[in-house]
Design a protein. Structure first.
Length: 632
């Protein structure tokens, strides 16, 4: 039998379909919508009207229409659902999935049913842009997976003797170049976040494994060549996309199927669907779970038919794509956590400085202080921060106290619910001083430190398997904290306004992950600039050796421009990199602090305080500080 005759009945319309991945507890990234373009990989039911025309019962039609072990959802539905969007084909009400089984990149396709609309990816993008008068939503997520049908069509022509082997390769690579142009159209219209899937190893599917080693090797080479042209061309053209290396992923799954819950990776799970398909014309589009060759085959077989993955396999594909988005977004918490460990260090210095300012002129004070706080960032990002400092101050005049300290800060954090975690450590050096001129006062603290991250791990769930990527980023933080205020004395009470500026420059160096195969990422360097301006009031009351105090400020983060994290899959030699928004929070908030300081012996001072940040949606930020000092 000629290859064309063997390929077309089994494919019917196209290559791979995806399925819904079981979502994590909550996603970190947020998109306004999700749109999908491509072939049967992403087709969410475009052909249901066609299936109804075959006389199938409505109850059956509603379950069919996807190219997998129906009614399992396809990849595009999985991504949509994960990011909170109700999926549907574009020919249904409010449908955002434009993909059509059988579609090629730009050319008409013989793989669509007779009389069906010819909607290659180029036409699908036309339809989408027409909805928005030529503009693409910049805050939406897009996916493009195409090219397999261009291989199938040209392979059939080659097997029929219509083109040479050189022409076959030329035509396939031309399709990859055409896909670059279509992705460029989306980007030019405003799309910023575009998932672009490379072809899997089509030669490794049951359809081509049965065709003999020579054909199998040739189709594998075509798949790899398409991907090289696609991803290298995108990088050369400066088109930044989120590249999905499905070729490497599915090769890894095939190399260790049991790890991912598969018992069969060589034969189809789908049975016949009389009278439309038979045992020799199995098609995933006419595949219901109840007709599988074995019970539960949708979960234990890799392939639904000769080329289309089952529900379980599609779930893995979707989870892999989601990890390319969620991973970099999760790592954006690293510099944010560094801001909060530095805040803890500053609180310890303020406690020591306040004690030193009570010493006699020319006398030294030594202190040891600690701070323990929690910083929780929905959804699921949490850190426990600890700061300890030892330092010395000298009151050089009636108005001025100077000092220096070294501190150790650590943080144990979570990247997100079940996503992994990290440990950070800094040795901080600080110089500081205070001024008291009548009722005016001021303090200034400058600090520097290198940051070491250890035990950094990111979990990538792929079906029943969990890959763990590890890394050891390094970084630094330089900060300055200045406060000015005026106290009005009212008996033994002092109360008055204050203003402050807290400036920090956090840099996290670029790093590579290890241990997660094709899921490993290179994460680009991150810079987090923070400049918080605060205005408020403080009050204290002298009660013998003890002074209770209160401070409340309204705070504004002035460096609140959108920040992005750059990433690239290490499995792709083309080095395609992409940018995703970093986590962010409300830039206006309120900080309250309450505490007490005093002396427990003639020369021994103590203090204890509690702080809480409020009015930042989705954030919990509070903790306690304590200090012990000795005045010489």
């Amino acid at each position: 039998m000629k290859m064309k005759k063997r390929v077309l009945p089994t494919l019917l319309l196209s290559l791979f379909a995806g399925t819904m991945a079981a979502p994590a507890s909550a996603q970190l990234a947020h998109f306004s919508n999700v749109y999908a373009f491509g072939d049967s990989l992403s087709d969410a039911g475009y052909y249901r009207p066609f299936l109804a025309s075959l006389g199938l019962p409505a109850s059956v039609v509603s379950q069919l229409g996807r190219f997998t072990t129906n009614p399992g959802p396809v990849f595009s539905e999985s991504i949509s659902t994960f990011y909170g969007v109700t999926p549907g084909p574009s020919n249904a009400a409010n449908g955002n999935i434009f993909a059509q089984g059988g579609a090629r990149v730009s050319d008409p396709s013989p793989l669509t049913p007779p009389g069906a609309a010819q909607r290659p990816v180029s036409t699908q993008i036309n339809e989408y842009l027409a909805r928005g008068n030529g503009a693409a939503d910049p805050n939406a997520l897009y996916s493009v997976w195409a090219g397999a049908n261009d291989i199938f069509v040209n392979l059939g022509i080659f097997q029929a003797g219509g083109i040479t082997q050189a022409q076959l390769q030329t035509n396939v690579l031309a399709a990859a170049t055409s896909e670059i142009g279509q992705i460029g159209r989306l980007q030019a219209a405003g799309a910023r976040y575009i998932l672009v899937f490379g072809l899997p190893n089509i030669g490794g599917t049951p359809q081509f494994a049965a065709a003999g080693a020579a054909t199998q090797g040739a189709v594998t080479a075509l798949s790899a060549g398409y991907n090289t042209t696609l991803f290298t061309g995108l990088a050369t053209a400066g088109i930044r996309v989120i590249p999905v290396d499905s070729y490497s992923l599915l090769n890894e799954v095939a190399a260790s199927p049991a790890t991912y819950g598969f018992t069969n990776i060589t034969t189809p799970a789908c049975g016949a669907f009389p009278p439309i398909t038979t045992a020799t014309t199995i098609s995933a589009q006419f595949c219901l779970v109840g007709t599988n060759v074995v019970p539960g085959g949708q979960n234990t077989y890799l392939f639904a038919d000769g080329v289309h993955p089952t529900t379980a396999a599609q779930a893995i594909i979707a989870q892999f794509a989601e990890a390319l988005i969620e991973g970099p977004t999760a790592y954006s918490i690293l510099p944010e956590a560094a801001l909060h460990t530095r805040d803890g260090h500053v609180r310890t210095i303020n406690d020591g400085l306040a004690s030193g300012a009570q010493a006699d002129i020319g006398k030294f004070t030594v202190f040891a202080a600690g701070d323990h706080g929690s910083f929780d960032f929905d959804p699921g990002m949490k850190s426990t921060n600890r700061s300890g400092s030892i330092g010395a101050t000298v009151r050089v005049s009636e108005a001025v106290t100077l000092g220096a300290a070294v501190g150790k800060t650590t943080s144990d954090g979570h990247l997100g619910d079940n996503m992994g975690g990290y440990h950070s450590s800094e040795t901080v050096a600080s110089a500081f001083g205070s001024m008291q001129w009548g009722n005016f006062y001021g303090t200034a603290i400058v600090s520097i430190a290198n940051i070491s991250f250890t035990d950094v791990s990111r979990n990538i769930v792929l079906g029943p398997a969990v890959r763990t990527a590890t890394a050891r980023p390094e970084g630094s933080n330089a900060s300055a904290f200045v406060t000015l205020g005026y106290d009005f004395p009212i008996g033994n009470v002092r109360v008055g306004p204050l203003v402050s500026i807290n400036s920090q420059n956090v840099d996290i160096n670029a790093f590579d992950e290890d241990g997660a195969g094709s899921a490993n990422l290179h994460i680009g360097a991150q810079s987090r600039r923070s400049e918080i301006w605060s205005a408020g009031v403080r009050a204290s009351i002298a009660m013998g050796p003890w002074t209770p105090w209160l401070r409340i400020t309204a705070d504004k983060e002035r460096k609140d421009d959108a920040r992005f994290v750059t990433a690239s899959p290490l499995s792709l030699a083309s080095g395609n990199s992409y940018d995703l928004p970093a986590v962010s929070s409300d830039s206006s908030f309120i900080t309250g602090m309450i505490g007490i300081r005093g002396t427990i012996m003639e020369r021994v001072g103590v203090s204890l305080s509690y702080y809480k940040v409020s009015q930042r949606q989705g954030i919990k930020d509070d903790g306690v500080s304590g200090m012990l000092s000795y005045r010489f």
